[in-house]
Design a protein around this ligand. Sequence first.
Ligand code: G1P
Length: 292
Amino acid sequence: MKRPIRKAVFPVGGLGTRFLPATKAMPKEMLPVVDKPLIQYAVEEAQAAGIEEFIFVTGRGKQAIEDHFDRSYELESVLREREKRDLLESIVGWVPKAGQVSYTRQMDPHGLGHAVRCAKALVGDEPFAVLLADDLILSKEGCLAEMVEAYNDVGGNIIAAMDVPQEHTKRYGIVKPGKDGERLVEVKGLVEKPAPAEAPSRTAVIGRYILQPSVFDHLDQVPRGAGGEIQLTDALARMIGEVPFHGLRFSGTRYDCGDKVGFLHANIAFALARSDMRGEVEAILRDVNKQL
Ligand code: G1P
């Protein structure tokens, strides 16, 4: 029996400079895709995977996230009075229960590895998940649920994996693959943001991780890596050989919502996936297409 994955860490301390001016006074994780903030998609994906405790690693100016995952009694009572049941459900159904959410501040922006390290005391000595809200995945089962299923089989560390164009390797952690099955690929090495010529493959790490708690010891030791930051990828590279380590080629489509065009793409794709919007959005796209 593998130890169950009960906790998930959401690093949300980033400044979101790529979305300025939109993110001057608003956390980038609160940017909506259609009508839901990015961070809510990530939390719902975690809930669908059986996660019970939600740990946010935040920073200054991120209070809107805390308010979003809290009750809003004023709104609730107005919607109840007006008998707007659907809207009421849309603001309460997914809010975690009291005691299930915790927040810690990253304080200094030293990178993703540093952000995850900040969650050590809250995670404790058990395997856990990490979800990056920038990576939005449209899929039936939910990417993390798929990973948990794979984890129950092989254990150890699991990362979400996806093949990317060679020229994009410098945007991602890249896997040096071992035995490569159809869905599970053995991770034999990991490099953070290699130049295309130096990349060991085109298989990239996407922002979903299931990690063993020993990652925290490695995070304490890794020197600053790519971009002068403490990289999660560098700590993970040290765990190869220590624990089973696999990449899961997840199903569904991933949208890079850390990028403006990727974010627009996600909005269109998610709107097209909604039966209440599809027709109108298709008509708009046909119209736009005529103008091209
Ligand atoms: C982070 C990780 C990188 C991973 C990527 C996925 O990079 O460091 O290994 O491939 O997320 O989105 P970032 O996008 O924060 O630069």
